[in-house]
Each structure stands twice: as structure tokens, then as C-alpha cells.
Design a protein around this ligand. Structure first.
Ligand code: C2E
Ligand code: MG
Ligand code: MG
Length: 702
């Protein structure tokens, strides 16, 4: 079934019946289709009919009984702006009819054009034109709304480069309103420069027209807003063609990529920098070293790599927390940067390791001078979260070209030299030497062996008596750890304790020593031997461990060993590091009933006032002084000073390493109460020591 197409309704507003009849007749004649004509004589009737809608076109006489002239048109047009209006120009001046056209009428028809041929055509044209106009209007509206709602900025120009259109986003981004921008040259409204060179970027229109295709613009394009504000943009420009395919203008579409560019810049930066200190990281350092090497090679100059490893950083991190640790690292990095030239690179490798590249040295020795500067600048206290933190470092240095011709080798060799600095008592620097690699390999194999030593039960304790210098009576015993390594034999602590401290193994090893010492001492007591105080050495790493005090408590209770028989030996370094927290831990131990001794006293820097703040019971004079007392007057003065100082602080003074009767006599003469040394007994295995104890006295008396 086909839907019948109804003939368009034409409203004829004409008071002259002759004219009305003529028009009806013209429209009734067969031709290009029929019309349904409704006639009214007055404007008021016409307006009423229009209000009911359904009219396809109006034929309007301007002179009516109730309205005259242009006013007639205006009223009809206002009542039905969407309906095409054709003016019947018969009984009015042509000028008036033209005026109506100027105000929105589709056309005017002179009496000669009202025949059955012309009139239907004129009406059809008017109706169709109106329909096309409507469609175009809708299309344009849709385009405008779309352009204003998209996130991209859109800007159009004509072929001469004058702006013809901007959408809302383009207005905001350029700072130009559409009214102001229209007809302005493109370069005025759309000011773009290359972000890298700051030169004016290529005219997008020119490129699009020249290449007659959509073109992307300069990669790093920056748009300068009317008020000077800059934003990074990404954009494209496409030519606009007319129907014949001729380019008549261009449309530029762009959007703000400032945020995206900032993120990508930040990503590149953070890939090359350490997050905590903001220093270049390993990756960037490697690049810099490689660049410096190529330059140094051409200029026949040396360069140096300094590897800094912080000593005992781990306790600070463990005891004060990571936030304080991070602040300390930041403080250290500032001092490092201040110790070198601007052209040098300070990088953080992670953890407590820093690597510096000195790219402008003249002699390798210059690196030594810088290393010395670094060590002394680190030396002064870092004030972090209310604590005065002291940290030291060990430095290894490698020099191009002798110690390596690429970044990796130079860093590795500097790292090897660090271990040697550590072996030499830390807080010093060492230049890399070729034979260090052999030692490094040796060290690594020791470390690997140590990791398995506990589970394989390879540790044992030797016991050395402490004696009353006057009577030779045994007053105590010191437990000294040994490592029974299948290939190397009995390894002395000096060879493995520092390694165990570095890799953290000292914690389980130290716990084992404490447990074994307490267990053994308790066993001797249980066997009926006279109760004897036992001393255990505690390294700084153990002492700083948060669980230390608890471990001591647990071990004492597990072994049912009385705290008053346990003495812990600490070195001066431990006391010096962080006086406040040290004193707190010492007090806890004291409260438990444990005795405390300062081991190797005299080689550190403790002053009397310093010592006074700690609850110490015993001072052990370092072997190196005792060794020299009878030959070096200086040392003998120090020793007597220490003895007096100990006495005034009410500490028991013990001299270590007494080997000769002469030394013993000197110490005794200076009222040193107790001593330890080969003269009385070497460290012994448990069974031998028990025998010695049973006999009551050491071998040597007077
Ligand atoms: P230290 O605590 O000062 O122990 C005294 C060291 O001097 C011992 O060396 C002992 O054998 C040695 N010695 C004793 N009398 C004489 C003497 O008359 N002449 C000479 N030349 N030496 C004598 P050892 O056992 O090799 O221990 C060395 C250091 O290793 C100890 O020094 C101590 O600091 C550390 N150490 C030993 N055992 C442990 C332990 O269980 N834990 C920790 N953390 N360190 C330990
Ligand atoms: Mg000791
Ligand atoms: Mg000692």
C-alpha cells in the first residue's frame, strides 16, 4: 500500500475576489502537481489559520482590509517564520514588495507571473528552497554544537590565512574571542613556537595547502596565548576543499598536552634519578662515565670514580626508622655535592652506596684529596629528627685508564677497593690495586662459607681467664669466638667478624655466642665449679639491633644463668655513635643486672666526661698500649692516666694482652687490678678451661 502524498496547502491572503479566482484557476490547472488552496480575505483570518499550522506556503497581498503595507508582511512573518511567503506584487509598488523580500519573504510575484505555468513553479521552488534551508540550518547547528562540545580546539581559516572560525576551546586556548579573531591573520591568533628552539613554528596552513593533505605540526609545539601564557600542544591541519576540489581554507585541530608532556618529562627524569636523594642513579652515572671516558681519551686525561660505602648505616635505619634514614641520606648527599666540582657527578647506587665521578682531575692523587674532603665533611654530626647522628664511610677509588676503560670496570674496581678500606678499620680511602681482586674473591668465598657455618655447627668458643694481677686468681673469663672452617682450619674472629657485620650475619652468630657462653658458664656452675663472671663481646651491629635487649633477657632465662655473672664488652665506637640511644640501652641492660665493659679502651676518642654518662663497670685497656708500656714512655703515661681515670670513675680497670712479667709488674705498680694475656693463659677450649678453673689459679703467679 502506498501512502497518498497530500498536495501542499497554500494559504492565499487576498481581498480582491478577481485576483483570488485567477490564482485558484492557475493552481488548479494540471501541471507540476496540485495544490490545496485555502483563501482568506483579511489578515486576521490569515493569522488565525496560520496558528493552526499545516501551511506549506503563503501567497500574500500586502494591501488588505485590516492591514496595509509592510506591516502586513511583518505580522505574517512573525506568526509563521518557518513558512515561505510569496508577496503578490500586483496592487503595491514594487519597492514595497522588494522590501518584504529583504525582510524575509521568499520572493514577490508580479501579475504577469501568476499564470498556470509560472505560479506553481514559483510555489514549488519556494517550498523546496525553504526545506533545503531548514536542513542546512539544522546541519550547521549540529556542527556548531559538536565543535563546541569536543575537547579539541578547532580553528578555521580561508585560503588567504584569515581566521574564519574558532570553537569554544580554541577561544580559551588562544585567548581570542571569535568576534575578535575573525578576519585576523592566522599567525596573530594562533602563535606557535618550537618548544626546543623557541623559533616560530612552521605555518600549518601553508603546509596543509602546499601538501594538500592533513599534516601534523612541529613535534614540540608550544602555543602562546594572547596574554603570553604558554601551553604545549599537539595539532594537525587539514585543507578544506570546495566542490570543485580547490583548497579554500584549512581547519586546524589542536589540544593541550602540557600535562602529558610534564608526565613524560618526569618519567624520564625519575628513570634517571634516585627517589630519596634526587641524585642521578646508576643508569645516568653509567652514561656520564661513558661520556667522560670518550672525552678523557681524546684529551689524554685521567678521570676517577669514587665509591663510598657508609659504615653501619643499617643500624640507623633499623633503630630510628626509614624516614630518619632517608633524611640522613639526603643530608649526606648534600655534603657530597658540596665536596665536589659542579662538573662532577654524585650518584646514589641504592642502599648506603654512593658513586662519584670526578671528570676533571689532572693527577690520580687529586681523587685522594677529594676522598679525604668527603670523609671529613661526613664526619660532623647530622642533625636528624632531634638526634645528632654520626656516620662514617669507607671509600674506594679507581682511575681511568689504569684501573679500567669502561664504566662498569671502573665502578667494580672502586667497589673492590672499598672492602680494603673497611679492612683497614673503615673511615679511610683506598686506591684500587690489581691484586685486590684476588682478595675480593677470597672475601666473597668467606662470606659464602659464613652463611652456612651456623647450620653446620662450625663455630666454637675459646675461653681466656681474667686474673687478679696481685694474686693470680681467676676473676672472670672472656668468651672468644672461632670458626672451624674445614679448608682453612680455625679462623680467628678478626678475619670473619667484620664480614659478618657487613652482611648482617653477625646477628645470628652473636646470638649463638651469647647463648653458648651462658650455657657453658651455667654448666660449669652446675658441675660445682666456683661461679665466675663471663664476658661476651658485642659488636656495634648487634648492639644497635632493636631486639638486642630482649635477646639477652631471653637467653639468660633460657639458660637459667644469672644476669650478674654476665658482662657485655662494647667498644668505644658503639658508645660514641649515638650517645642518647646508647645510654638508654645500657640502662636497660644494667637494670637487668648485666655488667658492662668498654673493650679496647684508649684507641677511640672517649673523654672522661663522655664516659661518665654511661653506666659502665669495667674499662679494658687496649693491648696496643700494654704492649708498649715498658718501651714507650708515652704509652706508659697513657696507661697510668687510664688507670687513674678508671679509678676515679669507680670502674674496674683490666689490662689486655699482658705477655711479660715486666708488663705485669708495671701495671701492678700502677694499681691496675686485673689483667688478661698469654702470660696467664691463652684462650682455651671449654674442657681445658674447666681444668684450669678447678686448679683455682693460673699458671703464673709472681
Ligand atoms: P678482644 O675482645 O679485645 O679480645 C682480646 C683478643 O686479644 C683476643 O683475640 C685474644 O685472643 C687476644 N689476646 C689475649 N691475650 C693476648 C696476648 O697476651 N697477646 C696477644 N697478642 N693477644 C692476646 P681474638 O680471640 O682473636 O679476638 C679478637 C677480637 O675479635 C676480640 O678482641 C673481639 O673484639 C673480637 N671477638 C672475639 N670474639 C667475639 C665474639 O664472640 N663476638 C664479637 N662481636 N667479637 C668477637
Ligand atoms: Mg673483648
Ligand atoms: Mg680488646
Amino acid at each position: 500500500m502506498t501512502v497518498p502524498i497530500l498536495p501542499p496547502k497554500i494559504l492565499l491572503i487576498e481581498s480582491d475576489p478577481v485576483a483570488t479566482n485567477g490564482i485558484r484557476a492557475a493552481l488548479a490547472a494540471p501541471g507540476i502537481g496540485s495544490f490545496d488552496v485555502e483563501c482568506v480575505r483579511q489578515l486576521s483570518e490569515g493569522l488565525e489559520r496560520l496558528s493552526k499550522r499545516g501551511i506549506a506556503a503563503v501567497l500574500l497581498a500586502l494591501s488588505l482590509p485590516d492591514s496595509q503595507g509592510i506591516e502586513t508582511f511583518d505580522k505574517v512573518f512573525t506568526a509563521a517564520p518557518d513558512v515561505p511567503i510569496l508577496i503578490l506584487g500586483g496592487n503595491v509598488p514594487e519597492a514595497l514588495a522588494k522590501e518584504a523580500v529583504g525582510r524575509g519573504a521568499q520572493d514577490y510575484l508580479l501579475p504577469g507571473h501568476l499564470d498556470s505555468y509560472s505560479l506553481p513553479r514559483a510555489l514549488r521552488n519556494a517550498i523546496e528552497r525553504k526545506a533545503v534551508e531548514d536542513a542546512l540550518y539544522v546541519e550547521k547547528e549540529r556542527a556548531l554544537v559538536t565543535l563546541n562540545s569536543i575537547g579539541d580546539a578547532v580553528l578555521c581559516t580561508d585560503i588567504s590565512g584569515k581566521v574564519t572560525y574558532l570553537n569554544l576551546v580554541a577561544e580559551i586556548m588562544t585567548g581570542w574571542s571569535r568576534q575578535e579573531a575573525i578576519s585576523q591573520p592566522l599567525a596573530e591568533v594562533f602563535r606557535i613556537v618550537d618548544g626546543g628552539t623557541r623559533k616560530t613554528a612552521r605555518d600549518p596552513l601553508e603546509m596543509a595547502v602546499e601538501q594538500n593533505r592533513t599534516v601534523g605540526l612541529t613535534l614540540d609545539c608550544v602555543l602562546i596565548r594572547r596574554d603570553g601564557f604558554e601551553s604545549s600542544i599537539e595539532d594537525s591541519c587539514a585543507p578544506i576543499h570546495d566542490r570543485a576540489g580547490q583548497v579554500i581554507g584549512a581547519v586546524i585541530v589542536f589540544h593541550d598536552v602540557s600535562a602529558a608532556r610534564a608526565i613524560s618529562r618526569e618519567m624520564t627524569r625519575s628513570a634517571q634519578h634516585d627517589l630519596v636523594t634526587n641524585l642521578p642513579n646508576r643508569m645516568m652515572l653509567n652514561d656520564r662515565i661513558s661520556q667522560s671516558i670518550s672525552l678523557a681519551r681524546r684529551q689524554h686525561r685521567p678521570l676517577a670514580v669514587i665509591f663510598l660505602d657508609l659504615d653501619h648505616f643499617k643500624y640507623i635505619n633499623d633503630s630510628l626508622g626509614h624516614a630518619a634514614g632517608d633524611k640522613l641520606l639526603q643530608s649526606i648527599s648534600r655534603r657530597l655535592v658540596a665536596s665536589v666540582r659542579r662538573s662532577d657527578t654524585v650518584s646514589r647506587q641504592g642502599g648506603d652506596e654512593f658513586v662519584l665521578l670526578l671528570s676533571e682531575i689532572t693527577h690520580p692523587e687529586d681523587a685522594g684529596i677529594t676522598a679525604g674532603k668527603i670523609l671529613s665533611s661526613l664526619g660532623t654530626a647530622h642533625s636528624i629528627e632531634g638526634h645528632d647522628l654520626h656516620i662514617k664511610g669507607s671509600i674506594g677509588i679507581s682511575v681511568y685508564p689504569e684501573d679500567g676503560e669502561d664504566a662498569e670496570t671502573l665502578i667494580q674496581n672502586a667497589d673492590t677497593a672499598v672492602y680494603h678500606a673497611k679492612e683497614r678499620g673503615r673511615n679511610n680511602f683506598q686506591f684500587f690495586k690489581a691484586d685486590m681482586n684476588r682478595k675480593a674473591v677470597e672475601r666473597q668465598s668467606l662470606e659464602a662459607g659464613l652463611r652456612r657455618a651456623l647450620e653446620r655447627d662450625q663455630f666454637l668458643l675459646h675461653y681466656q681467664p681474667k686474673v687478679n694481677l696481685l694474686t693470680g686468681e681467676i676473676t672472670g673469663v672472656e668468651a672468644l669466638v672461632r670458626w672451624q672452617e674445614p679448608d682453612r682450619g680455625l679462623v680467628p674472629p678478626a678475619q670473619f667478624v667484620p664480614i659478618a657485620e657487613d652482611c648482617g650475619l653477625i646477628l645470628p652468630i652473636g646470638r649463638w655466642v651469647l647463648l653458648e657462653a651462658c650455657r657453658q658458664a651455667r654448666a660449669w656452675q652446675d658441675a660445682g665449679l666456683p661461679p665466675l663472671p663471663i664476658s661476651v663481646n658485642v659488636s656495634a651491629v648487634e648492639f644497635r639491633d632493636r631486639g638486642f635487649v630482649e635477646d639477652v633477657r631471653t637467653i639468660l632465662s633460657e639458660t637459667r644463668f644469672e644476669a650478674r655473672y654476665l658482662e657485655l664488652e662494647l667498644t668505644e665506637g658503639v658508645l660514641m655513635e649515638d650517645a642518647e640511644s646508647t645510654a638508654a640501652v645500657l640502662r636497660e641492660l644494667k637494670m637487668m643486672g648485666v655488667h658492662l665493659a668498654v673493650d679496647d679502651f684508649g684507641i677511640g676518642y672517649s673523654s672522661m666526661s663522655y664516659l661518665r654518662q654511661f653506666p659502665i663497670d669495667v674499662l679494658k685497656i687496649d693491648r696496643s698500649f700494654v704492649n708498649q708500656i715498658t718501651s714507650d714512655p708515652d704509652d706508659s703515661t697513657i696507661v697510668s692516666a687510664i688507670i687513674n681515670m678508671g679509678k676515679s670513675l669507680k670502674h674496674v680497670v683490666v689490662a689486655e694482652g699482658i705477655e711479660t712479667q715486666l708488663q705485669r709488674a708495671y701495671l701492678q705498680a700502677h694499681q691496675c687490678a686485673e689483667g688478661q694475656g698469654y702470660l696467664f693463659s691463652r684462650p682455651l677450649v671449654a674442657a681445658q678451661f674447666a681444668q684450669l678453673l678447678q686448679s683455682g689459679k693460673t699458671a703464673v703467679v709472681h
